[in-house]
Design a protein around this ligand. Structure first.
Ligand code: DLL
Length: 433
C-alpha cells in the first residue's frame, strides 16, 4: 500500500511540483526572514532567479549554527500566533536549536509519517508501542501522530521503564515497536532476562527504528531477536523531525519524500553538488514548511542518493543508510551531543580544568558516555567526599544542559595523555560500521 499519489509521480511531474514549491519557499523567506534576505542580497540574488528546481544549487546553505545565532525564533517566517508547536534540541553554548510548526506544517509532518507507517504496512488493525522519547525531542510526538493518522492504536509509552514497557507490550498486544534500535535490543535483552519468550509472549511483526547511526549487524540482530521486519526511518528536527525518509519492503535504502524535502549530496569541504551515487554530505531544502522554511540545510550526515526505479512503485529518490557524520556530533542513545557542548558545561565549573576526554562506549546494547576530566592543582585529590560532590555536580550539569547521563571520572592534573597536534577530545569505542 502507498499512502499518497505524490509518492509515485513520474519525474517530470515531481519536478514541476518541486519547482513551484521552491519558488514559493524562496519568495517567502526573502519576504519574511531577514537572515535569508541579507544572504540573498549579498549574493546579488533575488527570488526571480529561481526558474526551476535545478537552480537550487545557486542558493546559499543554512547551518545549525545559523539557527543558534538566531535563537530562539529569528529564522521563523510567521508570527507567533500562527505557530502551534515548538520542539528543540540541546545547543552548543547552552542555547538550544529551536524549531516551530504551523497547523499546515503539522499536516505535512503527519502526512509524511502516515507515508512511513503505510510503507511498513501499518494500518488501523495495528497497535503501535511507541518507545521514542516524548517531549522536546521530535521522536515521540512525531511517531505518535503519524500512527493516529493511519488509524492505528498508539501506546505512548516513551523511553525508560523497560520492565513496565514489556508488560504493556505483551498485555496490549502491540504489533509494532517504534524506538531507537539500541533501545529495541535493550528491551529484548531485558525481556529474556525476565523470562519472557519473545516469539510467544509478544505479537510484534515489525518495527520502525531510527534516530541514531546503526550498523547492518545491529539491525539484523534487532530483526532476528524479536522475529520482526526492520524498517528504518530517518529525519531531523530542523527539517521536520522523523519522517524525512523511510525504507520500503523492497529495499533497505530510504525513500526521501522529495515533494516536501528536497535532497542534494555535496562535498562537505568544497560545497560542490555531487552526482547521484556519490557519497557526501546530505543537504535538504524544505519545500512546504511555513513556520521555519529552511534552505539547503547542511545535515552533517553522510550518505548517497539513488534515483533508479524501486520495485515498490515509489518514484522518490532513495538515500542509503547514514554512513557517518561530517562533523564531530555524537549520538548517544538518540540524543545529539557535540563535544563543544560538554566543554561549555565544564568551563562553568570550578575545581576542574579543560583537559578532558569524552569516551563513548556500549553497555549491553545501550550507549554510555564517560567524561574524564582533570581536577585543578589545588583540588584535594585525596578528599573523597569533596571529589564525590564535584563529580555529582558535573553529572547533574551535563544532564541538565545536554539531556544525557554521563559518568564523570575525575583524574589527577596532567594525567590525560597530551597529543602533539589537536587534542583528542573524543574516543568513540562503538563500532557502528
Ligand atoms: O533524531 C528525528 C528522529 C526521531 C528520526 C525518531 C528518526 C526517528 P534530531 O534529534 O534532530 O532528530 O537528530 C537528527 O539524528 O541528523 C542524524 O545524524 C541522526 N539520525 C536520525 N535518523 C537516523 C538514522 C531525530 N535512521 C540526527 N540513521 C540526524 C542514522 C539518524 N542517523
Amino acid at each position: 500500500m502507498i499512502w499518497s499519489k505524490e509518492e509515485t509521480l513520474p519525474r517530470h511531474k515531481l519536478e514541476e511540483i518541486q519547482t513551484k514549491r521552491l519558488q514559493e519557499t524562496v519568495a517567502r523567506v526573502y519576504a519574511n526572514v531577514p537572515f535569508y534576505r541579507q544572504k540573498f542580497d549579498a549574493l546579488g540574488m533575488s527570488p526571480k532567479d529561481i526558474e526551476s528546481i535545478n537552480d537550487i544549487a545557486k542558493l546559499p546553505f543554512t547551518k545549525k549554527q545559523d539557527l543558534r545565532d538566531n535563537y530562539p525564533f529569528g529564522l521563523f517566517a510567521v508570527n507567533q500566533d500562527a505557530v502551534v508547536r515548538i520542539h528543540s534540541s540541546s545547543g552548543t553554548t547552552g542555547k538550544p536549536t529551536v524549531v516551530g510548526y504551523t497547523k499546515s506544517d503539522m499536516d505535512v509532518w503527519n502526512e509524511a509519517m502516515a507515508r512511513v507507517y503505510t510503507m511498513a504496512g501499518i494500518s488501523a488493525n495495528d497497535t503501535v508501542h511507541n518507545a521514542y522519547g516524548y517531549g522536546l525531542f521530535t521522536g515521540g510526538l512525531g511517531l505518535h501522530y503519524g500512527a493516529e493518522t493511519v488509524g492505528a492504536t498508539v501506546v505512548p509509552s516513551s523511553g525508560g521503564f523497560t520492565s513496565r514497557q514489556l508488560l504493556l507490550m505483551k498485555d496490549f498486544g502491540a504489533t509494532v515497536l517504534t524506538s531507537t534500535p539500541s533501545f529495541a535490543l535493550h528491551m529484548a535483552e531485558t525481556a529474556i532476562s525476565e523470562g519472557y519468550d519473545l516469539r510467544k509472549d509478544f505479537k510484534l511483526r515489525c518495527g520502525i527504528f531510527g534516530a541514531e547511526p546503526t550498523s547492518k549487524g545491529l539491525k539484523e540482530e534487532v530483526a532476528r531477536v524479536w522475529g520482526i521486519k526492520y524498517y528504518e526511518i530517518y529525519g531531523l528536527s530542523e527539517i521536520i523531525g522523523p519522517g524525512v525518509s523511510n525504507s520500503c519492503d523492497e529495499s533497505n535504502d530510504l525513500h526521501v519524500f522529495e515533494d516536501h524535502f528536497y535532497p542534494e549530496i555535496i562535498d562537505s569541504k568544497t560545497g560542490e553538488v555531487l552526482p547521484f551515487g556519490e557519497k557526501g554530505e546530505l543537504v535538504i531544502t524544505s519545500l512546504t514548511k511555513q513556520a521555519l522554511p529552511i534552505i539547503r540545510y547542511r545535515t552533517g550526515d553522510i550518505t548517497s542518493l539513488d534515483r533508479t526505479p524501486c520495485k515498490c512503485g515509489r518514484t522518490h529518490v532513495r538515500m542509503k543508510s547514514i554512513m557517518g557524520r561530517a562533523d564531530d556530533m555524537l549520538i548517544v542513545n538518540g540524543v545529539n551531543v557535540f563535544p563543544s557542548q560538554v566543554e561549555h558545561v565544564l568551563s562553568n565549573i570550578d575545581g576542574i580544568t579543560l583537559n578532558y576526554q569524552i569516551i563513548a562506549d556500549k553497555k549491553g546494547y545501550l550507549d554510555k558516555l564517560e567524561v574524564m576530566v582533570e581536577v585543578t592543582e589545588d583540588m584535594p585529590i585525596d578528599s573523597i567526599g569533596a571529589l564525590e560532590t564535584l563529580k555529582r555536580h558535573i553529572q547533574h550539569e551535563i544532564l541538565n544542559n545536554l539531556y544525557v547521563n554521563a559518568d564523570v571520572k575525575l583524574v589527577e592534573p596532567r594525567s590525560i595523555e597530551r597529543s602533539m597536534g589537536k587534542a583528542i577530545r573524543v574516543i568513540d569505542k562503538r563500532n557502528i560500521q
